[in-house]
Write a protein that binds this ligand. Structure first.
Ligand SMILES: O=C(O)C1=C[C@@H](OP(=O)(O)O)[C@@H](O)[C@H](O)C1
Ligand SMILES: C=C(OP(=O)(O)O)C(=O)O
Length: 430
């Protein structure tokens, strides 16, 4: 699918925000790891959340779904001994399930996206699992990966958090089910620390006991625990909504987004503060976030590690700001669906933006008069590149053609429909 994005001056209307992908994957897993029946209200519907649904079903969970909810009967610590799992292009789903798969004798995670997830590194999690009586066959830390488990052991576990927080989250889901008590020490740095808070939030809701140090680098997890079956309610998704907010920020707009909680634990909620700092008017009325853009933005300096999945959308807004913006501490964007520093900056430059990259920074020299556009954009299999370049296209002189735009469905299948409903001049060609 091609998305033809044309210059658009105004956006207005109301959007029912999509449901949080990161909470949906976590609730699905917590429900699968319990032995009873849980209900998840308003789950996300996207390729990534569908990948988690498919895999827990393959592992033996029973799922029944209607428009509002999924009812799940879990497999506890005894999944079906499947041979193969296909997570699509979903990094978090792969990493979370690599630990769950140690409860089976032998599971291979296949490589269906060789140029996206197939390029991402999982060495740090593999090294941690190898400390737990698990053997792992892999291609230099990448897919396809076979986990030889059956009898994983808790105890003292070390894991690096330098590349991804998903490795730690993965171990936090598994260790409560093991016979032994565990102590997890995070080595090096811990990137995307805020999303670990969402993991801990879900574990607490599922009745799991643990101790955690203030800096999130050390954990004590008693063994022999059970996930309690629960009713979970999924809140709105800030990472996806950040792209709509960025679009509203670069146009003359009056947009309301329903279902975005002001006290959310999602790191990408920081997009609201980033845009406020850039001079955009935003306010909450209950759980509705209202944004009024007037095309005027001021540059700023931001630690992007606090809102990792919203960085690209915020960079897209900064493309039109007065002055130079700097997004720092973002090196781990290089290990996502594409290299979100080099690949993204190259696409932005094609569109006419003035950006520079460093190993762990994106620097944006803003152009309040808009960018030239008039080119075709390579999506690099990355939903967040697609959404961010759509924002740029709206304020370009000649528009942008985004190729392979169907990959937006990894997290936000209704993105184009939503932005069109606000008045964005976007045409889709199948
Ligand atoms: O735990 C999660 O659900 C996620 C963690 C983050 O990844 P990293 O920890 O690799 O930054 C984020 O980018 C991803 O979209 C979802
Ligand atoms: C990086 C992302 O997801 P994942 O790591 O789960 O593939 C994302 O949603 O932007």
């Amino acid at each position: 699918m091609k998305a033809i994005v044309k210059p658009t001056e105004k956006l207005s209307g109301e959007i029912n925000s999509l449901s949080s992908k990161n909470y949906t994957t976590r609730y699905l897993l917590a429900a699968a790891l319990s032995e009873g029946t849980s209900t998840i209200y308003y789950p996300a519907h996207s390729e990534d959340s569908d990948a988690m649904r498919r895999c827990i079903h393959d592992l033996g969970a029973e799922l029944q779904e209607d428009n509002e909810k999924i009812v799940i009967t879990g497999f506890g610590k005894s999944p079906k001994p499947v041979k193969e799992l296909n997570v699509g292009n979903a990094g978090a789903v792969l990493r979370f399930l690599m630990s769950t798969a140690t409860l089976c004798p032998e599971v291979t995670f296949v490589n269906t996206y060789p140029t996206s997830l197939g390029k991402r590194p999982h060495d740090d999690l593999i090294k941690a699992l190898e400390q737990m009586n698990v053997k792992v066959a892999h291609q230099s830390g990448k897919l396809p990966i076979t986990i030889y488990g059956g009898n994983p052991k808790g105890g003292k576990i070390q894991v690096s958090g330098q590349v991804s927080s998903q490795f730690l989250s993965s171990l936090l889901f598994l260790t409560p089910l093991l016979e032994e008590d565990s102590e997890i020490v995070v080595l090096d740095d811990l990137k995307s620390k805020v999303v670990v808070g969402q993991t801990l939030d879900v574990l607490r809701q599922a009745g799991i006991q643990f101790e955690v140090s203030e800096d999130f680098m050390f954990y004590k997890i008693p063994g022999n625990q059970k996930y309690v079956p629960k009713k979970y309610v999924v809140e709105g998704d800030y990472p996806g909504s950040a792209a709509i907010l960025a679009a509203a920020a670069v146009t003359n707009s009056n947009v309301s987004m329903l279902r975005l909680m002001e006290n959310s634990k999602q790191g990408e909620k920081a997009a609201v503060d980033v845009l406020k700092k850039m001079g955009v008017h935003l306010n909450y009325e209950g759980s509705t976030l209202q944004i009024h853009g007037n095309q005027k933005l001021i540059a700023g300096e931001f630690n992007g590690d606090h809102f990792t999945d919203a960085v690209l959308a915020m960079v897209a807004a900064a493309v039109f700001a007065e002055g130079t913006s700097r997004f720092y501490d973002v090196e781990n964007l290089r290990y996502k669906e594409c290299d979100r520093i080099t690949d993204f900056c190259n696409e932005l430059k094609k569109a006419g933006a003035n950006v520079e990259e460093k190993q762990s920074e994106i620097i944006v020299h803003g152009q309040p008069n808009g960018v030239e556009g008039g080119v075709e954009i390579n999506a690099h299999f990355d939903h967040r590149v697609i959404m961010a370049l759509t924002v740029v296209g709206l304020r370009s002189k000649k528009g942008l053609i985004i190729n392979d735009a169907e990959h937006v469905a990894k997290s936000y299948p209704q993105f184009f429909e939503h932005i069109q409903s606000l008045g964005a001049n976007v045409e889709l060609i199948k």
